[in-house]
Design a protein around this ligand. Structure first.
Ligand code: NAP
Length: 314
């Protein structure tokens, strides 16, 4: 029995997410053939060396030509230019999807450029590591993780069903959501934790030299976990914050109000307030473990027993 869902899958960008998908699609036989394009020549050469796709091509036009499924796996800030470049070459009836961490801006970038005959089914796998590039990928990345799809109103149900089947074949559970709702949910579950991690690590870097050495020495007391998140790709995260500005600013406002309340409790010695708060947060941790969404490890780092299990929230 054949697992094939598409005749030709075209990948634009094969970093962590794109290469993981390419490996899984190949492993499961989900595509008749695959093509791949990346911006830099050395990356294209590496993709070819790793054998991630059947053909690595030098232009977007060649990559998407005759493809019935196009997967954009680049930072979201590239989308507006990519949309203009690829739109004239996409065949009628093709499905275009992506893996970007922000969803409303994807529709805003692609819809005006694409012909009406192209189905736009944006997606976001809630899976990842802090590693980047084609070498970082592994076929199991999406196993038991959620993938959120945000098709536009009126999108052909067959197109949504096909993309759903693809993600299920990658081991994911699929949820359909409105793009704006997605952006608000991810602002609190992913984007806010990242901006906090970037801030804490930045604050520590700003300390004078002698204290800095101790920050590194005693990092296992909590700081280390933040440094892993703050090691995430700078370009990707720059684009996420710029493209989910309103939701991130709203969550930051709420966060700073809550932080002020805890500050006040510490100042006034209100131990009961602190304890009650920490008890509630501990229960949230318990429910994440119960939902089996607590841990994810790259097989390439199997020996790294220190990996925090709350790292992989994207
Ligand atoms: P990544 O590892 O940095 O890979 C992105 C790849 O895109 C790079 O290899 C880069 O290759 C290529 N690229 C950049 N600009 C390009 C352009 N204009 N045209 C063609 N190729 C281009 O990033 P990633 O982690 O896979 O993330 C990709 C997308 O997935 C992002 O939108 C991100 O928000 C989303 N996402 C990431 C995670 C995560 O954990 N990392 C999780 C879920 C979703 P070159 O060397 O050729 O520039």
């Amino acid at each position: 029995m054949t697992n094939q869902l598409f005749d030709k899958v075209a990948f634009i960008g094969l970093g962590l997410i794109g290469s993981s998908l390419a490996l899984r699609i190949k492993q499961q036989g989900l595509a008749g053939s695959t093509s791949g394009f990346s911006r830099r020549l050395e990356t294209r050469q590496r993709i070819a060396e790793l054998g991630l796709v059947d053909s690595v091509v030098d232009s977007i036009a060649d990559c998407v030509k005759d493809a019935d499924f196009i997967l954009v796996c680049t930072p979201v800030g590239t989308y507006a230019d990519l949309a203009k470049e690829l739109a004239p070459h996409v065949k009628a009836g093709a499905i275009l999807s992506d893996v970007g961490s922000v969803k409303k801006s994807v529709i805003d970038a692609f819809r005006p450029a694409l012909p009406e005959t192209v189905h736009l089914v944006p997606g976001h796998p809630i899976a990842g590591t802090e590693h980047s590039g084609p070498d970082a990928g592994f076929a199991e990345l999406f196993e038991d993780r959620w993938c959120i799809l945000t098709p536009e109103d009126g999108c052909a149900p067959e197109a949504v069903e096909k993309v759903t089947q693809l993600w299920q074949a990658c081991g994911s559970m699929v949820e359909i959501m409105d793009a704006e709702h997605h952006d608000r949910v991810l602002a609190i579950t992913s984007h806010l934790p990242h901006i906090i991690a970037y801030t804490i690590v930045g604050t520590a870097t700003g300390l004078e030299e002698s204290t800095q050495e101790e920050v590194i020495k005693y990092s296992a007391s909590g700081f280390r976990d933040f440094t892993r998140i703050a090691a995430s790709d700078p370009v990707m995260w720059r684009d996420i914050f710029l493209h989910n500005k309103d939701a991130v600013l709203e969550m930051l406002q709420r966060y700073s109000e809550d932080l002020t309340a805890l500050q006040r409790a510490i100042r006034h010695g209100q131990g009961d307030v602190l304890e009650e708060h920490f008890t509630k947060t501990r229960a949230i941790r318990r429910s994440i473990i119960d939902a089996k969404q607590a841990g994810q490890f790259s097989p390439t780092e199997a020996s790294d027993e220190d990996r925090p299990d709350w790292l992989s929230i994207y």
